[in-house]
Design a protein around this ligand. Structure first.
Ligand SMILES: N[C@@H](CCC(=O)N[C@@H](CS)C(=O)NCC(=O)O)C(=O)O
Length: 215
């Protein structure tokens, strides 16, 4: 059975979990915590050499990088979430790259300083956090405009790009991003967060954070 290694607080990990859920593929989710040094052993580094989560183990085939994992899974299971048509696929790739680079970069800066720093008892870097909020403001405008023009981020059908985006905006509720500033994105996210593929991960990002905080 497919194994996914990671932590429920990690949005790249949740991309992969949501993707597998949406395709209806059974998998084992193995909780592994980088904050506790659990990704630095030889066995894990064989799957993910940088010690980052997620890692996939598909019967001895190892893969890291959430977007690469999702594409592999779609190809393996012949899913339309990663369309075969080259133009449709190019749109999905464009958004995966945009979200994976720009939005993730902004979120990572804010998330580390606002959430992770407190968990590992290091001082937050206010300048880095402000920079992250600046990136999010700039790049969420692009997402918001697209979701005003099309029902899903890469067009009129749900794709991997939606799964990637949903897991990426999921922590926004706990980093004080006001979703009312992004009404198209808010409506799109509310609809997808009611779907079983999301609910199988959690009811909300805050639910997972509260569980981690409780011990
Ligand atoms: N581009 C990677 C990002 C993975 C990543 O940054 N994971 C974080 C958790 S959100 C991590 O493993 N952090 C622990 C570390 O850097 O040691 C992906 O999409 O899979």
């Amino acid at each position: 059975m497919i194994k996914v290694y990671g932590l429920g607080l990690s949005f790249p990990v949740n991309r992969v979990r949501m993707c597998l859920n949406a395709m209806g593929i059974d998998y084992e989710f193995i909780v592994i915590n980088p904050l506790a040094g659990e990704t630095q052993n030889e066995e894990y580094l064989k799957m993910s050499p940088s010690g980052k989560i997620p890692a996939l183990d598909d019967d001895g085939f190892y893969l890291f990088e959430s977007n690469a994992i999702m594409k592999y899974l779609c190809r393996k299971y012949n899913s339309d979430f990663y369309p075969a048509d080259i133009v449709e696929q190019a749109h999905v790739d464009k958004w995966l790259d945009f979200i994976g680079a720009h939005l993730t970069n902004g979120l990572a800066k804010v998330f580390f300083n606002k959430v992770v720093a407190g968990l590992i008892d290091v001082e937050a870097d206010e300048k880095s956090m402000e920079e992250g909020y600046g990136y999010l403001k700039r790049f969420m405008r692009v997402i918001e405009d697209q979701l005003g023009a099309t029902a899903y981020i890469a067009g009129d059908k749900m794709t991997l790009a939606d799964i990637c985006l949903l897991a990426t905006v999921d922590p926004f509720e706990i980093i004080d991003i006001n979703m009312s500033d992004y009404p198209n994105t808010k409506a799109w996210a509310s609809k997808l967060m009611n779907e079983p593929f999301y609910k199988k991960v959690h009811n909300s990002y805050k639910e997972t954070l509260d569980t981690v905080m409780a011990g």
